[in-house]
Design a protein around this ligand. Structure first.
Ligand SMILES: Cc1cc2nc3c(=O)[nH]c(=O)nc-3n(C[C@H](O)[C@H](O)[C@H](O)COP(=O)(O)O)c2cc1C
Length: 208
């Protein structure tokens, strides 16, 4: 069977009509302004295009800027890595929603990153609570040393940096890292980060 051809026009329509919110920011301009948002994004946030084009997406955080994912997003953007994170965001009418954001770099034909795509998914509060409970149950299986390693991993530190802080060899750090991932039942540090962020948001939301 041959591959069915999909024209670029159909691709563009698919994205525009998708019920998943998404937008594109310009990576060549300072501070990555929004240059496109689909209707689903407008429906999710309550803004119209005029109000958001040209702005950085952080306006969705309002004054609630003390958020766990900010630094790691900045790092992923500067390294041109895809990334997933949950933010507390606010609609135009001021109501709060949990936004699971996924970002990825887009490259031109020369391989240069010219844009980023971001898609936004509203996370139900119950899911966050589940994720948090799951994370806490798994954390209990870790030794004190493994928890220290976990905290550093979530913070984006590599084996060398972990080894230096804990005065152990990079090989031992790698062993700890493997054991933490195995005990937490996850394949990657990205999923661990999701757990940690869920726990942190959960704590903030239940304190509110
Ligand atoms: C493509 C793209 C989409 C983004 N979407 C959102 C979003 O929906 N909500 C949000 O709070 N931040 C979003 N951000 C992240 C912010 O723009 C910003 O990078 C983040 O707040 C960290 O930087 P800051 O500490 O300078 O604000 C997005 C970033 C990019 C590149």
């Amino acid at each position: 069977m041959g591959r069915a051809a999909v024209s670029e026009a159909i691709m563009a329509q698919a994205l525009a009509q998708s019920l998943t919110a998404f937008l594109i920011t310009d990576a060549r301009e300072a501070d990555f302004p929004i240059v496109y948002a689909n209707d689903a994004f407008l429906d999710l946030t309550g803004y119209n295009r005029k109000e958001i084009y040209g702005r950085n997406c952080r306006f969705l955080q309002g004054d609630d800027r003390d958020q766990p994912g900010r630094e790691t997003v900045q790092r992923a953007l500067s390294r041109h890595e895809p990334y997933r994170v949950i933010f507390r965001n606010y609609r135009k009418d001021g109501t709060l929603f949990l936004n699971e954001l996924a970002i990825a770099p887009l490259r031109d034909e020369k391989g240069i990153v010219t844009h980023f795509v971001g898609s936004q998914n509203k996370v139900p509060y119950e899911n966050l609570a589940l994720l948090r409970d799951e994370a806490l149950a798994l954390l209990e299986q870790l030794t004190a040393r493994e928890r220290e390693v976990l905290a550093m991993m979530v913070d984006g530190q590599g084996n060398k940096s972990v080894a230096r802080s804990l005065h152990i060899s990079p090989r031992t750090a790698e062993k700890h890292r493997q054991r933490v991932l195995r005990k937490m039942g996850v394949g990657s540090v990205a999923t661990l980060t999701q757990y940690a962020i869920a726990a942190e948001h959960g704590a903030m939301l239940s304190a509110a």
